[in-house]
Design a protein around this ligand. Structure first.
Ligand code: 5GP
Ligand code: ZN
Length: 137
């Protein structure tokens, strides 16, 4: 499969590794948006949140937390965003699941959440209730 992160897992493309176990690999983003920007990925290819197993996802989030703790100890970051983009419409560019760990610092100017559309309508309480009924499980 022509997947850049699978090639990193196989060692065919180098990466700056920060953590590895049998299921999970974490490395520095080659084009970081902030100092310490890491990516945590499953070694086995999953495209995104829609097809990754809960079991592997749990391992990824735990590794993510441990990286955050380490970054906090080493660089004393005051804040962090954990970001996953799943699907092209969400801005996913590399189609192999990855969790971004993005250290945040005061006035760093990053806009992780993006701008809200100008015509965004606030839903009514009734609409929210109806939607929750559909989603809840
Ligand atoms: P996405 O937009 O899919 O959520 O993020 C993909 C991320 O992967 C980007 O932040 C990009 O800089 C990073 N990336 C893409 N190719 C490579 C690579 O070959 N090595 C590393 N370390 N990061 C990569
Ligand atoms: Zn892959």
């Amino acid at each position: 499969m022509d997947c850049i992160f699978c090639k990193i897992v196989k060692g065919e493309i180098p990466c700056t590794k920060v953590y590895e176990d049998v299921d999970v690999l974490a490395f520095l983003d080659v084009n970081p948006v902030s100092l310490g920007h890491c990516l945590v990925i499953p070694k086995q290819h999953s495209e995104n949140i829609f097809d990754i197993s809960e079991n592997v996802l749990q391992k990824i989030i735990v590794v993510g937390k441990r990286i955050v703790e380490k970054l906090k100890t080493v660089t004393n970051i005051p804040a962090v965003n954990l970001v996953n983009s799943s699907g092209k419409d969400a801005g996913q560019e590399v189609m192999h699941f990855h969790l971004h760990i993005v250290p945040r610092r005061e006035n760093d100017g990053l806009k992780i959440h993006g701008e809200k559309p100008k015509n965004l309508q606030k839903p009514s309480e009734q609409e929210l209730q109806k939607l929750a009924e559909l989603i809840k499980f």
